[in-house]
Write a protein that binds this ligand. Structure first.
Ligand SMILES: [Zn+2]
Length: 104
């Protein structure tokens, strides 16, 4: 069984968590200015990355908090976890990222 390290509770079995899809998807500041196509893209279109990927997870059977995970979508290896609003660690082989301003 795979373990995911919750930033607050520590490593726990994966059945305790819920997957929340791609991380760092910024909500448009003024949705009413968006076309239907752009709004549909915000709501439904996500990356389908093969390899290291930033995702949201929630510790449903524990603290019930959301956080971000960098996980390899092929091997399921977890590279890093970080709290919402923290600067994302770089993906494996990537330069350090700029501070995240998309999440609150
Ligand atoms: Zn937790």
């Amino acid at each position: 069984m795979q373990q995911i390290p919750c930033p607050w509770c520590g490593p726990r079995d994966d059945w305790e968590f819920h997957y929340g899809a791609e991380a760092h998807v910024a909500r448009p500041e003024t949705p009413s200015d968006k076309s239907d196509e752009d709004w549909m893209g915000y709501l439904y279109l996500r990356s389908n990355t093969k390899g290291p990927f930033r995702e949201r997870w929630m510790h449903a059977a524990g603290c019930r908090r959301w956080f971000n995970v960098i996980r390899n979508t092929v091997s399921h290896e977890v590279f890093a976890v970080y709290k919402i609003g923290e600067t994302p660690p770089p993906l494996p082989g990537e330069a350090p990222a700029a501070p995240d301003t998309t999440e609150r």
